[in-house]
Design a protein around this ligand. Structure first.
Ligand code: DAH
Length: 341
């Protein structure tokens, strides 16, 4: 049995030294040291031994087992180190190789301007109201004190939907004033941004679809001073402190008195240039004190309440904000243009 154990030991140690990977090594462990392994098989013959030989053989078997165990352990460490080394080399990362750029989108300059303007209004206590683009002619014209045959129905050059002229693509966001006043009781302080439509040919300053922000304030004792203060605050915030405004008398059917508000030209600071056509001023918006008839049409008593309203073109605001000279650029979505903002 001694010889058997020695033979087993030298065979095992030889194979372990040659084992090329961990699974092979594990196989050898099972083969030599496992419950059904070769060492156990030899030890099963112990019964046949002379009793005084047994402790000697037992001791030898233990020593053989310990040596094989240790050899496996050492070989395992060598193999694991080699394995790790190889993985590190295979998975080597070159941090100097340029990465793949991620394309991140941006807000459209007009949406940036809208966000800024809404922030300013919300800061002044306004809430945002919405209205439909397909609108009753009554809300776009009649209830805004613009009766059938009124010249403004012409100059607005409206897209009509039906023979009865009942539905139109709204020509301005002023229709939302009606919806708000019919559904809310004063005090009212709302702004309403959205698309509007007119039968205009496309050129550097016209488009059949554009955007406005409507504003409406109704309360007891509202005056033209509130209108001027509010619009001046907007202009100062949007175009910088010190930006001058000019309020000119004008006519709108739904306000009395009415005005147009100009902003000092951002390009020439009022000296006169091609942008402002030599005027030094650029028209920004229409505004006025809500006409008593409009209040009456919405069930609000004009003897109790007064109010102001305004409508500002969002494209115009954006062009002034970012020094854009042609309206078409805003709608063409040419990335070379949009990436600049
Ligand atoms: N709705 C007018 C337009 O589209 C702009 C406007 C003028 C709106 C005066 C108003 C206002 O609310 O009071 O030209």
């Amino acid at each position: 049995m001694k010889e058997q154990l020695h033979a087993l030991q030298s065979e095992a140690l030889g194979l372990i030294a040659e084992a090329g990977d961990i699974p092979t090594l594990e196989g050898l462990r099972v083969r030599f040291l496992g419950k059904k392994g070769e060492l156990t098989a030899i030890l099963k013959q112990m019964g046949q031994l002379d009793p005084n030989q047994r402790p000697v053989i037992g001791q030898l078997a233990n020593a053989v087992s310990a040596e094989i165990t240790e050899a496996i352990q050492m070989r395992r460490e060598v193999l694991e180190a080699a394995d790790l080394d190889q993985r590190l080399r295979a998975e080597q990362l070159d941090v100097t190789i340029p990465g793949t750029a991620q394309v991140i989108g941006k807000r459209h300059p007009m949406m940036k301007t809208l966000d800024e303007a809404l922030d300013i209004f919300i800061g002044m206590g306004f809430t945002v109201a919405e209205g439909p683009e397909i609108e009753f002619a009554a809300n776009v014209f009649d209830k805004l004190n613009t009766a059938e045959g009124h010249p403004s129905r012409d100059w607005q050059d409206t897209f009509y939907f039906d023979q009865a002229d009942k539905h139109v693509l709204r020509t301005h966001t002023s229709s939302v004033q009606i919806r708000v006043m019919e559904n809310q009781t004063p005090p009212i302080r709302v702004v309403s941004p959205g698309r509007v439509y007119r039968k205009d040919e496309v050129d550097a300053t016209h488009s059949p679809m554009f955007h406005q922000i409507e504003g409406l304030v109704v309360d007891k004792g509202i005056t033209m001073a509130d209108l001027k203060g509010t619009l001046n605050a907007l202009v100062q915030e949007l175009y910088g402190a010190g930006t001058k405004t000019r309020f000119r008398p004008h006519h709108f059917p739904f306000t009395e008195p009415s005005c147009e508000v100009d902003c000092q030209c951002f390009k020439c600071s009022g000296a006169g240039c091609s942008m402002c056509k030599g005027e030094g001023w650029i028209e920004l918006l229409g505004a006025g004190m809500v006409h008593p008839n409009v209040f009456r049409n919405c069930g609000i008593d004009p003897d109790e309440y007064t109010g102001f309203a305004f409508g500002v073109g969002l494209e115009r605001m954006t062009m002034m904000r970012f020094n854009i000279s042609d309206l078409r650029l805003i709608f063409e979505n040419d990335l070379r243009f949009l990436r600049q903002f």
